[in-house]
Ligand binder design. Structure first.
Ligand SMILES: [Zn+2]
Length: 179
């Protein structure tokens, strides 16, 4: 951090503010403390009527060309449900109905928290976008595990498989991984 976004000063220290336990960027001019907290990623695991799930081939880096669940960063002033629906619409054009939170997945080293909802297609409509160059529904037996973009995706899909095999499991899964 080079300049204070509050007063424009270039006098920024990286120190533990009084009463705090972690180092923060602090403007020595106006004393503003800048907190840096994990980012939230919201998205959906979407089923069609044949119990297949939607994966999108990434048209952008990182992990260009790998398969991903539709998801993206939650915006400020946005509800998590609305963010999940927006990401699906932006990446696939699909209208879906949320069916509850499926998984919470924490990647502390990446400063990310994933919130993945379960959702159902409301029609067959999808469209390709610059973010998604291919959109396909896969049966749970045909998931391209080696070509999944992120471990968070694999974790979410494995939990869906676990739930189908053992409906007595706690439906919401919470996981935490270094990467
Ligand atoms: Zn300042």
């Amino acid at each position: 951090m080079n300049f204070c976004s509050n007063c424009g000063s270039s006098h920024i220290d990286f120190i533990v503010p009084s009463g705090d336990e972690r180092k923060r960027f602090v403007c020595s001019q106006c004393q503003t403390i800048f907190y840096d907290n994990p980012r939230m990623i919201v998205g959906c695991i979407i089923e069609n009527d044949d119990q297949e799930i939607m994966l999108c081939r990434r048209g952008i880096e990182p992990r260009l060309g790998f398969w991903n669940l539709p998801c993206g960063f939650l915006e400020n002033d946005e509800k998590i449900e609305d963010g999940a629906l927006r990401e699906v619409k932006e990446e696939t054009g699909a209208e879906v109905k949320l069916e509850g939170l499926h998984i919470v997945y924490n990647l502390p080293k990446a400063q990310q928290v994933y919130l993945i909802f379960k959702a159902k297609m409301q029609s067959d409509y999808i469209k390709l976008t610059p973010e998604s160059t291919e959109i396909t529904f896969f049966s749970l037996k045909e998931i391209p595990w080696e070509e999944l973009a992120f471990s968070s995706n694999a974790f979410a899909i494995k939990h869906l498989i676990d739930l189908k095999e053992n409906p007595k499991l706690n439906s919401l899964s919470i996981g935490s991984f270094p990467f």
